[in-house]
Design a binder for this molecule. Structure first.
Ligand SMILES: Nc1nc2c(c(=O)[nH]1)N(C=O)[C@@H](CNc1ccc(C(=O)N[C@@H](CCC(=O)O)C(=O)O)cc1)CN2
Ligand SMILES: Nc1nc2c(ncn2[C@@H]2O[C@H](COP(=O)(O)OP(=O)(O)OP(=O)(O)O)[C@@H](O)[C@H]2O)c(=O)[nH]1
Ligand SMILES: [K+]
Ligand SMILES: [Mg+2]
Length: 463
């Protein structure tokens, strides 16, 4: 049916803002929009040039639904690569819904989530990793996450993958050429040079794969577990850093029983703060489960803030250290002495020396009276140890890309091993092709409907 291929959606958030945008894409969408648009000028919409904007009314039969601006894009020069019409109307939900229904009654259909971007991908406007970065860009909540998504959208990652693919292709041709001439027993490809090439590619791919640790932390927030004895002030600190009464604070030991998480932005970096149940010996079953979770969160965090009441005895702190230190592996551990408002300078000096060797990073704060918390924030940024990210840096932020890179890495490693073992060219070339296949999955040169469906269904409607 004609028009069935025209998709429509409200691209702006529901019910907020003075102006809303309704987007149409697909062959015939300009004519479709023209059928409900009464221009104030004398030319009909269908006669207008690409990249122009027009003022007029949207008509439902004889009633004016709204006065709008309509922007025209013509294939292939649009976001989707198809004809695109954008209607800017007033931001009333009533108007938006009525215009959308009107367009659907004229033959458009509701766009699925991400369908505009999916079309842009299918029409070659961008590759798959760029399309995915659009969703990341929309979700970015810190300067660093924004920069990574922007680099990816502008093709940094794609270009790197194209480079690698070209290298692999050259590599495969060398080996395959040799295969064609195998009867004549010639060696076109110098084995040492092939080994170097394989190693060089391996190095590039492994660098990309390794960047995922930083990329993932920047995109999802660096996980910070806030742990320690009951009543140390963990939830007070969480609320202070979040500027929100997220967790219940009380002078009752064991107030927090389950994990509470939220994300904050400090100096352009996102941190995922995780408040946990206070550690103590308890017979309460629920509380014990909460404490088990505390130890799980220690495992999952990059940074651990061990909060202790500065008035807690040295013995008790040492006892806790025996439980906490074995659970800490690669994570950064910071010892936070809380409630400094309650103690003397002399007492503080004594605590300065406690567990110095085991935990060199420490700070004194008062969560309740907001003392030392700026320094704590700076300490968090330092502990996060995220390298400065430049515009040219390619950093992997997507689990799907990471998994594909790991597969590509195994394949290119097999090529290197095959060369060491003097395996015949057909084996080598098979692994090189496999490596290319996995890189192609990232850019979408290799893709299935399942993969695409999975990616685009997570987008918002209208994107
Ligand atoms: N109103 C509106 N704002 C928007 C978008 C949109 O689609 N509509 N975008 C949607 O994400 C982003 C902008 N991205 C866009 C990317 C390409 C084209 C486009 O028309 N490209 C053509 C022409 C390029 C040219 O003139 O040089 C092309 O690539 O051929 C439009 C928007 C953010 N803001
Ligand atoms: N004087 C003083 N009191 C504080 C400070 N920080 C927290 N408190 C008080 O300490 C008590 C316990 O605080 P919480 O934040 O609930 O402690 P918690 O570590 O989350 O406790 P649990 O969830 O029970 O493990 C509350 O009465 C807070 O008001 C501080 O810096 N100074
Ligand atoms: K408490
Ligand atoms: Mg608490």
């Amino acid at each position: 049916m004609q028009g069935n291929n025209i998709i429509a959606a409200i691209s702006t958030p529901a019910g907020v803002g003075g102006i809303a945008i309704i987007r149409l894409s697909g062959e015939g969408c300009i004519r479709l929009a023209g059928s409900v648009f009464k221009p104030y000028g004398n030319k009909m919409l269908g006669e207008q040039k690409a990249n122009t904007i027009h003022f007029g009314s949207i008509m439902k039969d004889d009633t004016v639904l709204d006065e709008v601006l309509i922007s025209l894009f013509k294939a292939p020069h649009s976001f989707t690569g198809e004809d695109v019409v954008e209607i800017s109307c007033h931001g009333s939900v009533y108007i938006q819904q009525n215009i959308l229904q009107l367009l659907i009654s004229k033959g458009a259909r509701l766009a699925q989530p991400g369908e505009f971007t999916q079309r842009a991908f299918l029409n070659g406007k961008m590759d798959l990793s760029q399309a995915e970065s659009v969703a990341d860009l929309i979700a970015s909540s810190s300067a660093a996450a924004h920069r990574l998504a922007m680099n990816q959208m502008r093709g940094g990652f794609s270009n790197k993958l194209i480079e690698l693919r070209t290298e692999l292709l050259n590599f495969a041709s060398l080996i395959e050429l040799e295969l064609d001439f195998s009867e004549e027993d010639v060696e076109f490809a110098n084995r040492e040079r092939l080994k170097e090439a394989a190693y060089d590619i391996e190095l590039h791919i492994s660098k990309l794969a390794e960047s995922f640790e930083v990329g993932n932390a920047v995109k999802n927030g660096i996980p910070v577990a806030i742990i320690g004895e009951t009543n140390a002030g963990k939830s007070t600190l969480l609320n202070l850093l979040l500027h929100e009464e997220k967790a219940i604070v009380s002078d009752i030991h064991g107030t927090t029983r389950d994990v509470i998480e939220d994300t904050i932005n400090i100096q352009g970096l996102a941190f995922r703060l995780i408040d946990t149940a206070g550690i103590r010996d308890t017979t309460d079953e629920i509380e014990s489960l909460g404490i088990e979770r505390t130890f799980k969160k220690i495992e999952q965090a990059n940074i651990i803030l061990w909060i202790t009441d500065v008035g807690t005895t040295d013995e008790h702190i040492r006892d806790l250290a025996e439980k906490i230190l074995p659970a800490v592996k690669n994570q950064k551990l910071i010892l936070v002495f809380n409630k400094v408002d309650m103690i003397s300078a002399e007492r503080k000096e004594n605590k300065e020396r406690l567990l110095r060797e085991e935990i060199p990073d420490r700070i004194f704060i008062s969560a309740k009276y907001e003392q030392g918390t700026n320094d704590l924030e700076s300490l968090l940024v330092k502990a996060a140890d995220i390298p400065e990210i430049g515009e040219q840096d390619v950093i992997v932020t997507n689990m799907r890309h990471y998994a594909a890179l790991e597969n590509a890495l195994s394949a290119i490693r097999r090529v290197g091993e095959g060369l060491d073992l003097h395996l015949s060219g057909d084996f080598l070339s098979q692994d090189i092709r496999e490596c290319m296949h996995y890189l192609g999955e990232i850019t979408g040169q290799i893709s299935t409907d399942d993969i695409l469906g999975n990616i685009f269904s997570k987008f918002c409607i209208g994107k």
